[in-house]
Design a protein around this ligand. Structure first.
Ligand code: PMP
Length: 367
């Protein structure tokens, strides 16, 4: 049998594992920060309609620049972000993972580096590796906030080409204060200047506002967003960014032609027509997230304050053992490899009840 290492793969890929949150068939899946609510039926109908229209033109390549979709995304950002965004500031791709990949292909790559403050979204490092960008694991405080002085020192020392700031952060759930983002931007400009990518995949769930207004006068700042979480459309694969129009021009140097299929564009446009309904689910999820925080604390767990649709809780002597015990009770949560902690995504009230019952039992068992 041929194994990967028998192939002439790039040295930096040897012995590595692919991204892999387990996709297990259990009654309650709260491990990948998905939105638990299926799309409402009228939206499903509208998607079918728009995809049917798009199908009539599938003999042609799609709009390479996805202008209509980017225009609607820009309107959504303007309406919700307290800052005017035009189509020329927006770029879209297949999930924000692809947005990040395009950014690293454009601003990273061989001989260049990117930094992120860990623990954070593991794909930043993996996409860096895939694009030949050197990865620098930056520091965080014990309580998972960014240690600003240490982060500034790391930026000054390594002079990375790309700085990732995930806010709200995954897996810890906490948001980064705008002042901290501004200070890191300044540090990155002084050191290089580098591009600063603010990953706002979860911002719709935040108690605070989006950092979009910081784009004003900062051409090296990029805000990355997704329809996977707040829009409940992880299966759609639609991510986007807002930045200076020059950034939008720059990523077009690396994007594959026609990367966003006509079916994707049609589906995303249908979903955007239903923004108001979808954002009501976000409100329910925020309330459930707050309930999870309160009830976990009442049960005696440590919980990191969350601005996302998930909660990091602990502490466990052996988080993998705790993960398994919760799974034995039919509930799948996430062990991100942060020692002592696990992460649970906010589900429906019934799913969250099942999770809370499970962790109450596990707490007793582990005592
Ligand atoms: N950024 C963060 C912080 C995430 O947690 C995720 C998804 N888990 C993504 C980006 C990627 O999302 P998508 O590719 O589905 O847009």
């Amino acid at each position: 049998m041929t194994r990967i290492d028998d192939l002439p793969v790039r040295d930096e890929l040897r012995g590595k594992s692919p991204y892999g949150a387990p996709q297990l068939d259990v009654p309650v899946r709260l491990n990948t920060n998905e939105n638990p609510y299926p799309l409402p039926e009228p939206l499903v109908e509208r998607i079918a309609e728009r995809v049917r229209e798009a199908a009539r033109d599938l003999n042609r390549y799609p709009d390479r620049d996805a202008v209509q979709l980017r225009t609607e995304l820009a309107k959504y950002l303007t309406n919700t972000g307290k800052y005017p965004i035009g189509v020329e500031h927006v770029w879209a791709a297949n999930g924000s993972n692809e947005v990040i990949q395009q950014l690293l292909q454009t601003f990273g790559g061989p001989g260049r580096t990117a930094i992120g403050f860990e623990p954070s979204y593991s794909m930043h490092a993996l996409i860096a590796r895939g694009t030949g960008t050197g990865w620098i694991p930056g520091p965080r405080n014990e309580d998972f906030t960014i240690d600003l002085a240490a982060a500034e020192r790391a930026i000054a020392e390594h002079k990375p080409d790309v700085v990732f700031i995930t806010t709200p952060n995954n897996p810890t759930g906490n948001a980064v204060a705008p002042d901290t983002v501004l200070a890191l931007y300044e540090a990155a400009q002084a050191a290089k200047p580098s591009m600063v990518v603010v990953d706002e995949a979860y911002v719709e769930f935040s108690h605070g506002d989006s950092l979009l207004p910081l784009l004003e006068g900062r051409p090296h700042l990029v805000v990355s967003r997704t329809m996977s979480k707040a829009f409940g459309a992880a299966g759609l694969r639609l991510g986007y960014l807002a930045a200076d129009p020059a950034v939008v021009d720059a990523v077009q140097l690396v994007r594959l032609p026609y990367h966003l299929s006509a079916v994707t564009q049609a589906t995303a446009l249908a979903a955007l027509e239903h923004t108001d309904t979808l954002l009501k689910y976000v409100e329910q999820l925020k309330a459930e997230r707050d309930r999870l925080v309160a009830e976990l604390r009442a049960t005696g767990y440590d919980v990191i304050e969350s601005d996302a649709n998930f909660v990091q809780f602990g502490r466990f002597t052996d988080s993998h053992e705790a993960w398994q015990k919760i799974l034995d009770r039919g509930v799948l949560v996430r062990d991100n490899g942060v020692p002592g902690w696990l992460r649970v995504s906010a589900g429906t009230p019934e799913e969250n009840d099942a999770f809370l019952d499970a962790v109450r039992e596990v707490k007793k068992e582990l005592e």
